[in-house]
Design a protein around this ligand. Structure first.
Ligand SMILES: [Zn+2]
Ligand SMILES: [Zn+2]
Length: 144
């Protein structure tokens, strides 16, 4: 129990955060989640701690700004947050329009496009954000 939480405390200290209980708990929730979560989904899961949604939201944004967490935008009004299991692992997500299921996509060949953009615009350090949406297999079966 202690050693599992130690991992998050160490990660926080490495990034110059104090290892407070809410921060440790938020990291644990995200590490155990198979998909990125919104602030209110995380807030529900840390309901044993006495922290409000605004504090959860602020904490998440601070951790994401510091690079401790990934911020995931999927084209709706929510920011979602994801635990970085592998450092600097570039990947995308696809979200199901009907049930909200999110799946990680590990292939990306947009670097070729980025280098074309670099050539034609002179821009450097080009990054991209892409939103993939669709209908998951389970929902497709329900509809048809
Ligand atoms: Zn679905
Ligand atoms: Zn990509």
């Amino acid at each position: 129990m202690v050693s599992a939480l130690q991992k998050y405390a160490t990660l926080l200290r490495q990034n110059e955060f104090k290892a407070t209980q809410p921060r440790v708990k938020i990291l644990e929730v995200l590490d155990k989640s198979p998909q990125p979560l919104t602030a209110s989904e995380i807030h529900e899961k840390v309901s044993t701690l006495d922290i409000d949604l605004a504090t959860v939201y602020r904490t998440l944004n601070k951790l994401a700004d510091a690079g401790v967490l990934n911020r995931v935008e999927l084209g709706d009004e929510f920011s979602r947050f994801e635990y970085k299991r592998v450092a600097n692992h570039h990947h995308h997500h696809i979200i199901c329009d009907s049930c909200g299921k999110i799946v990680e996509i590990n292939l990306c060949n947009l670097d070729a496009i980025a280098s074309d953009i670099a050539k034609s615009t002179g821009f450097t350090n080009i990054q991209h954000q892409v939103v993939f949406r669709g209908c998951c297999e389970r929902c497709a079966l329900k509809v048809s």
